[in-house]
Design a protein around this ligand. Structure first.
Ligand SMILES: Nc1nc2c(c(=O)[nH]1)N=C([C@H](O)[C@H](O)COP(=O)(O)OP(=O)(O)OP(=O)(O)O)CN2
Ligand SMILES: [Zn+2]
Length: 118
């Protein structure tokens, strides 16, 4: 099995309104998010690729246009935009376009990662 990953970055605000008032993440705050998409395949194509990294450019465009420097509660229309939620959302977006998508990971801070892998 071959696996490839590509990393994307964006900055955004969010507020986890379901958390208790004394939880710091219940306050409006922001992160420099990192997104990693993973694709896997038993075989490579004639170029030796699972998929050309350059074909993942639409994900960069989607992230830049939809999430970068925006308020994620407004973008996704709810008050619980966790890293898990973002990983799940972006997994669905990628899987629709690239069937070899196996996982999406999202980092909010240098110490944390959430992954969606069905
Ligand atoms: N499972 C999850 N837990 C938390 C999420 C999340 O998306 N999934 N999100 C948050 C906050 O939005 C934010 O990410 C804060 O995380 P935290 O680790 O608390 O960040 P700190 O830098 O404050 O951590 P320190 O331990 O103080 O370094 C919270 N939890
Ligand atoms: Zn946060």
């Amino acid at each position: 099995m071959y696996r490839i990953t590509k990393e994307f970055h964006f900055s955004a605000s969010h507020q986890l309104c379901k958390l208790p008032d004394d939880h710091p993440c219940a306050r409006l705050h922001g992160h420099n998010y990192i997104v990693v998409v993973e694709l896997a395949s038993q075989d490579v194509d004639g170029n030796g690729f699972v998929r050309d990294y350059r074909e993942l450019a639409p994900l960069k465009n989607y992230i830049d246009d939809t999430f970068d420097h925006r308020h994620l509660n407004e973008v996704l229309g709810h008050d619980s935009v966790t890293a898990e939620c973002l990983a799940h959302h972006l997994f669905g977006w990628c899987r629709e376009r690239w069937p070899e998508t196996t996982a999406v990971r999202v980092s909010e801070t240098p110490k944390t990662w959430a992954e969606y892998r069905p």
